[in-house]
Every structure is written in structure tokens, then in C-alpha cells.
Design a protein around this ligand. Structure first.
Ligand code: IPE
Ligand code: IPE
Ligand code: MG
Length: 224
């Protein structure tokens, strides 16, 4: 049986869910946050150490300003209301992606990371303004600056995920089969599960089914 240390999730389908049930993409994002909370709980219950959630990509800036503002307001309120819960549950929050938001949000993100830095039960990597290509370019620039050799280990050591194992599992909800610039390097040997359900409809039972299916997979890593 494979053990599970790290699950990464592309939480897709909020907009379509919102249009379908509430005639509003933004209300879909609001609903999607409830799924985030459910999945965090289930991740803790299953003693998984790392959970990486794709919340906003470098390409998502192309969206209408109104939707972007709504998303960041949602995030701000979540952090303000839930950070004490995260501390209580021994969860460490790490932002992956370029933190170049308003100074107010940057401060809140830094404070949330600082307040949870000692926690050790579960690390949540929240991918915000995250793009895998730009992450890899930054790593290569860092290697160049320090006159190091371009090697697999030096690249890994200069990514946001430098201290943690690569994802065992990638889940993408929303019935779309692509990676959308997410963890391109780190997913080299991850098991990928594309889910038909939209993110707000994804429930603990769906998550557990994936975890159980993963446990039975024969992972070869090139071997036989
Ligand atoms: C994913 O849901 C969440 C973010 C990108 C913030 P979408 O907003 O992409 O939902 P769909 O794919 O349009 O339904
Ligand atoms: C990926 O979803 C990004 C997040 C879930 C944050 P998108 O909805 O942005 O992906 P594309 O544009 O359909 O590939
Ligand atoms: Mg989408």
C-alpha cells in the first residue's frame, strides 16, 4: 500500500457551479470555500502531511476585475476568520506564488504564515498568483546568481516546494484534463485523478475514494 504524504488539488469548477445554481460565478467561489474546509478536515483525519491548493494562477489576472476582487476579499475574510482555527488544529500555512498583492493583503499573508510557522500536523501550501513556469525560471535565475550547477537537485531546492516531498496525488475537479501551469516540475511522477464533479460538489467521500484508489496503484518510477 502506498503511503500518502502530499496531495495537490486544482480546485476547478466554482464559476460553472455558481452560474448553474445561483446565476453568479462569485457565489460559486463562495460555495467552493466550504469544500476547502471539508477537504482540510479530511486531510487532517487521514494524517496527510502536505496539502497544496491551487487558488489563483498567474493567468487568472485575465479575469474581470470584479471577479478578482471578490476572490481576494473572500481570501482576506477567510484568513481573518479562520487563522485561529488553523493554529488550534496545528496547521502551518505557506503561500506559494509571488506575493505582490496590495500591501494590506501582503501583510495579512505574511502574518498568517508567521503565526502558523511552528505548526506541524499539516502544512497547507496555498498557491496564489502561482505559475509553474515562472517558478522554474526563478529557480534557474537563483542557480545562475549563485554560480551553481544546473542539476535536478539544485532546481528542486530553489522551488517554492524546496523542503517538501513532491505530490503523490494530483486531483483536478471540474471535468477538465489539463495542468494549467501548476507544479509542472513537481508532478513528474504524481498519480493524476481528473474528477467530473465541480469543486463545490466535491465531498469527503469523493476524496476518500481517490485516496483509497491511490493506495492500490503500482508506482514504478521507471522501474518494473
Ligand atoms: C476555479 O474555479 C477557481 C479559480 C480559478 C479561482 P473557476 O473559477 O475556474 O471555475 P470554472 O472553471 O470557471 O467553472
Ligand atoms: C486553474 O483553473 C487555476 C485554479 C484552479 C486556481 P483555471 O480555471 O484558471 O484553468 P483554465 O484557465 O481553465 O486552464
Ligand atoms: Mg476554471
Amino acid at each position: 500500500m502506498n503511503s500518502i504524504k502530499h496531495v495537490a488539488i486544482i480546485m476547478d469548477g466554482n464559476g460553472r457551479w455558481g452560474i448553474k445554481y445561483k446565476k453568479s460565478r462569485n457565489l460559486g467561489h463562495k460555495e467552493g470555500l466550504k469544500t476547502v474546509e471539508k477537504i482540510i478536515k479530511a486531510t487532517l483525519k487521514n494524517k496527510i502531511k502536505y496539502l497544496t491548493l491551487y487558488a489563483f494562477s498567474t493567468e487568472n489576472w485575465k479575469r474581470p476585475k470584479k471577479e478578482i476582487n471578490f476572490l481576494f476579499n473572500l481570501l482576506e475574510n477567510f484568513l481573518l476568520n479562520k487563522i485561529s482555527d488553523l493554529i488550534k488544529q496545528n496547521i502551518k500555512l505557506k503561500i506559494i506564488g509571488k506575493k505582490n498583492f496590495s500591501s494590506k493583503l501582503n501583510k495579512l499573508l505574511n502574518l498568517s504564515e508567521k503565526k502558523t510557522i511552528q505548526n506541524s500536523k499539516l502544512q497547507i501550501n496555498l498557491a496564489l498568483n502561482y505559475g509553474s513556469k515562472s517558478e522554474i525560471i526563478s529557480a534557474l535565475n537563483e542557480i545562475k546568481k549563485n554560480k551553481l550547477k544546473i542539476s535536478e537537485s539544485n532546481i528542486s531546492k530553489n522551488l517554492y516546494t524546496k523542503t517538501i516531498p513532491d505530490p503523490d496525488i494530483l486531483i483536478r475537479t471540474g471535468n477538465t484534463k489539463r495542468l494549467s501551469n501548476f507544479l509542472l516540475w513537481q508532478l513528474a511522477y504524481s498519480e493524476i485523478f481528473f474528477e467530473k464533479k465541480l469543486w463545490p460538489d466535491f465531498i469527503e467521500k469523493d476524496y476518500i475514494r481517490i485516496l483509497n484508489n491511490f493506495k492500490k496503484i503500482k508506482r514504478n518510477f521507471g522501474n518494473i
